[in-house]
Ligand binder design. Structure first.
Ligand SMILES: Cc1ncc(COP(=O)(O)O)c(C=O)c1O
Length: 376
């Protein structure tokens, strides 16, 4: 059907509900950065660049001959591996294997969650003030109201249906401590809200410990109304495989499973096997963390030397950086040096004075960026 078809025109396009795709607005800065004689250093996206560990690739290949449909709920081995890894790596206890559900990368789960939970018209979804854009997208696709708020007082008498948390945060690297998380859980229980905590950077805490929403210190072991969303994209370099899982309240997970079963939202079996291997092995995950730690040190020192201030950024894959000017001015300054960053306004109106600088480039490119930043 052509894009000018009467059906689409009369019904209205779903895409018109959504914000403009912001990356088009930095195309000019990208062109300028690409013109650098030593090539662009693209630090605008958080996409992994280091190869997938051989152990994970072998697991993927090991079931590539299997022809049948995989289970939407995932294999028992995968769910057990998710439970074990959550305990071993993050101290999360009490997740029942039934309360784990693999997803086709966490972006699709986030974009679909308000809809999968049956939210709509009169409902309110709360997202962080400066946020990964997909929380808002999920709310808009379900037709709910959206409120950006980092503190509960901003909510007044509202009774939100869903509160998205993201700690450690993309883009700011801010970590929510136990007292804050406890307050959110208490508030949500009083007002009947579901809390969904996106924890894809939990394993990348640098100078502040990061805790899960399901940590017993936070929820006293009661997972009712709580979900955590874990991606393997960053910690295991599996962005290309599309691999993540959601876990928490068994009743909520069962409901998500039912709807996803009917919709065919199934993680491919080879990816399930790869995830099982990745969750069962902490070596590759620790090696990757050390790579990012080194890159962060190099970039952080160079940015400070170049007069940037780095705010928050205690964890995760980004340096939330400012020169005390509008993000687009900083973007141009960086582009002249062949470096591409993401302007903070991508993440909400409060982000206009910052740029987000990703640690996801090779050692060689990070060294090139540092040299350019510190050149006289
Ligand atoms: C905060 C946050 N959540 C979710 C995702 C999506 O990860 P994936 O869909 O690869 O699991 C990202 C990716 O950058 C992210 O930064």
């Amino acid at each position: 059907m052509s894009s000018g078809s009467p059906n689409l025109t009369t019904r209205g396009r779903v895409s018109s509900l959504l914000p403009d795709f912001p990356w088009d607005t930095i195309a000019d800065a990208k062109r300028r950065a690409e013109a650098h004689p030593d090539g662009i250093v693209d630090l605008s996206v958080g996409t992994p660049v280091d190869p997938v560990d051989p152990l994970i690739r072998a697991a993927l290949a090991s079931v590539s001959e299997v022809p049948g449909y995989p289970a939407t709920h995932g294999t028992p081995e995968l769910r057990a591996a998710a439970v074990d890894a959550s305990k071993r790596r993050y101290g999360i206890t009490g997740i029942a294997p039934e309360a784990v559900l693999p997803v086709i990368g966490t972006k699709e789960l986030i974009a679909g969650l308000p809809r999968l939970l049956g939210l709509g018209g009169g409902d309110l979804v709360v997202i962080p003030e400066v946020a990964y854009p997909t929380y808002e997208v999920g709310a808009l696709l379900a037709g709910t109201r959206v409120l950006r708020a980092d503190g509960l007082t901003r909510l007044g008498p509202e009774r939100p249906a869903l509160i998205f948390l993201n700690s450690p945060s993309n883009p700011t690297g801010k970590v929510l401590g136990v007292p804050h998380l406890r307050k959110v859980v208490e508030f949500a229980r009083e007002r009947g809200a579901i809390v969904a905590s996106d924890e894809c950077y939990l394993g990348l805490a640098w100078d502040e410990p990061a805790v899960s929403l399901l940590d017993p210190e936070v929820c006293d072991g009661d997972h009712t109304g709580l979900l955590v969303i874990h991606s393997l994209s960053k910690t295991s370099n599996l962005a290309s495989y599309r691999a993540g899982f959601v876990a928490g309240d068994p009743a909520l997970v069962r409901e998500l499973l039912e709807v996803r079963k009917h919709s065919g939202m199934i993680v491919p079996l080879p990816v399930q096997a790869a995830m099982t291997a990745a969750l069962g092995d902490d070596n590759h995950e620790q090696q990757q963390r050390e790579r990012y730690r080194r890159r962060r040190e190099t970039l952080r020192n160079a940015l400070r030397q170049a007069g940037f201030r780095i705010d928050d950024s205690h964890a995760g894959l980004y340096l939330w950086s400012t020169r005390g000017e509008h993000a687009r001015v900083t973007l141009d300054w960086l582009a002249e040096r062949g470096i591409l960053a993401a302007p903070g306004d991508f993440y909400g109106p409060s982000g206009t004075q910052h740029v987000r600088i990703a640690l996801t480039a090779t050692d060689e490119r990070i060294a090139a960026a540092a040299a350019r930043l510190t050149a006289a």
